[in-house]
Design a protein. Structure first.
Length: 140
């Protein structure tokens, strides 16, 4: 089974997909769309889901540092509802605090150029979200 990790922004959707053994998170090209055009993002995402036989999704929920839900978290919850109306796949939410910073740190450690980091930060964050989920799932 393959699991997909998602990091939602206002103009980008970071995507990562697990290997079939659910051990490793692999980056996937970021889906780009017009500002808050989530229907367009979902249309592109559905193609990726079908092409990769994804059976489960983990969506990063951007909580505030104090654990409360802000505007971006509310947008993410609405996106989840929109996606659930189009697919019959389990969608889990995962606290994504600091995943972008961790993804950026990983890219810097890997000597990625500034341009590459800018272009791929959303995918890197999705990769961190998914790997965290896979690791927690294995520990259960």
């Amino acid at each position: 089974m393959k699991i997909m990790g998602l990091d939602l922004g206002l103009k980008t959707l970071g995507v990562a997909i697990s290997d079939s053994l659910e051990m490793f998170s692999n980056g996937y090209p970021t889906i780009r769309f017009k500002y808050k055009d989530f229907n367009s993002a979902i249309d592109e995402l559905l193609k990726v889901i079908n092409d990769n036989n994804v059976e489960e999704i983990v969506l990063g929920l951007p909580k505030n540092m104090d654990g409360t839900l802000g505007e971006q978290a509310q947008i993410t919850l609405e996106f989840k509802k929109m996606l659930e109306e189009k697919i019959d796949i389990k969608i889990e939410l995962l606290d994504e605090r600091l995943t972008t910073k961790i993804g950026l740190s990983n890219m810097i450690y890997g000597n990625e150029s500034k341009k590459t980091r800018h272009d791929e930060i959303d995918s890197a964050a999705a990769k961190v979200i998914l790997q965290d989920y896979l690791d927690k799932k294995r520990r259960k």
